[in-house]
Write a protein that binds this ligand. Structure first.
Ligand SMILES: [Zn+2]
Ligand SMILES: [Zn+2]
Length: 393
């Protein structure tokens, strides 16, 4: 293992923390990362990297060339924040009211900029190329897909992709990963149910859309318990329900919005028909009609076995074998899936939680924050993963 990396990351730790806090103070929502991407482009430019901006709208790419030609490895960091009003009372608290880096993407950017700086200084020590990719709109807006459409995987053609996500549910010093399916798809549906309005005291003259929606919601759960094998993880979740106008009126309209999560591509493709069948059956039985709008969003995140093995080996050297853990799949989603569908690679977690220091809040929480020591682990991991890939391929 090249010891210079650890030393140099430690010498840049304070700077990395300042970069992270700078991003934290000025968070921007997905696909609107203007200030953020300008900041990144400037920093990459100062390293004399070949910089491309406006890839996938707000995306930024820095290309670093090693001593000799070789494979191209892509390292990705996401840039967007969330519509959350920060409740932390820290000096680097968000100054953009109502917007907050509550998922750790500020840390991902600081890590990747630091890795870019260190590997640029050592570009004579490796062959091949490294694409530093700063991606907009991870939180539901599929920024990765826009970057792919704008050619981020070409010219030069990318041979492997890697990214990390800081995670407070894993303690500081841990790396968590798995080969195969890691995260679920993120598909969405809207169900519009139509009944017939009437006086609440004379229900026989109407058709109650609220009753229909109640039956639809509970019958949808039978997909999980009675229709799909219990060995296949599946979430069918209704998150919003809107309908009805007054206590004494039979509701004519109800709208439900929900999401489907699974790692299984075959099951995934069948879910719109299954949901359609249930909604159709229930509403027809209760004298109503319906409209189902089903949207396929992020695919499942799938990690290549060999690339995951490479990350694991690096993890063993960086944090020690006891602190590299293989985890079961999770039901969250991430548009890193679009990259991993095109090119083999690995998405892994870096522990960022610390109960003693009070960093124990979940992601997307208004009090979310993470242990900045995780930045060092993350930077070490990313730098070594890139070098290990280029060395071995
Ligand atoms: Zn998030
Ligand atoms: Zn995230």
């Amino acid at each position: 293992m090249d010891d210079f990396i650890k030393d140099e990351i430690l010498s840049l730790k304070d700077e990395m923390i300042q970069i992270r806090r700078g991003f934290h103070q000025y968070p921007e929502l997905g696909m609107e990362e203007k200030r953020t991407s300008e900041n990144i482009a400037r920093r990459l430019g100062e390293l004399s990297l070949e910089v491309n901006t406006s890839i996938g709208r707000a995306g930024v790419v820095g290309l670093l060339k090693g001593k000799n030609p070789g494979k191209t490895v892509l390292l990705r960091a996401d840039m967007d924040a969330l519509p959350i009003h920060e409740k932390n009372n820290v000096p680097y608290r968000s100054r953009n009211e109502g917007i907050m880096h509550a998922c750790g993407h500020d840390g991902h950017m600081a890590i990747l900029l630091t890795v870019a700086k260190i590997l640029t200084a050592h570009h004579e020590d490796f062959s091949g190329r490294i694409k530093f990719v700063f991606q907009p709109g991870e939180e539901g807006l599929a920024g990765a897909r826009f970057m792919i459409e704008d050619g981020v995987l070409k010219d030069p053609q990318v041979d492997a992709v890697f990214a990390l996500h800081l995670m407070t549910r894993f303690p500081i010093g841990f790396v968590a990963l798995r080969a195969g399916p890691l995260m679920a798809c993120m598909d969405a549906f809207t169900i519009k149910i139509k009944g017939k309005g009437a006086h609440g005291a004379m229900p026989e003259e109407g058709a109650d859309a609220i009753l229909m929606s109640a039956q639809v919601i509970s019958t949808l759960q039978s997909l999980i318990s009675k229709e799909v094998s219990p060995m296949i993880p599946l979430v069918v979740h209704v998150g919003t329900i809107h309908g009805g106008n007054a206590f004494n009126i039979v509701a004519e309209h109800v709208e439900l919005k929900g999401t489907v999560r699974t790692h299984d591509e075959i099951l995934r493709k069948s879910m719109s028909e299954r949901i359609d069948r249930i909604v159709k059956g229930v509403t027809t039985a209760l004298r109503g009609t319906y409209k189902l709008d089903y949207q396929f969003g992020y695919p499942p995140v799938f990690n290549d076995a060999a690339m995951t093995g490479l990350v694991k080996d690096v993890g063993v050297q960086v944090v020690g074998a006891e602190q590299v853990i293989e985890i079961p799949p999770v039901m969250i989603s991430d548009d890193m899936a679009f990259f991993l569908r095109e090119v083999s690679g690995c998405y892994f977690f870096v522990g960022a939680g610390s109960a003693e220091k009070g960093f124990d809040q979940p992601h997307h929480n208004a009090r979310f924050d993470f242990d900045e020591d995780a930045l060092v682990v993350g930077a070490e991991m990313m730098a070594h993963v890139a070098l290990a890939y280029l060395k071995n391929h």
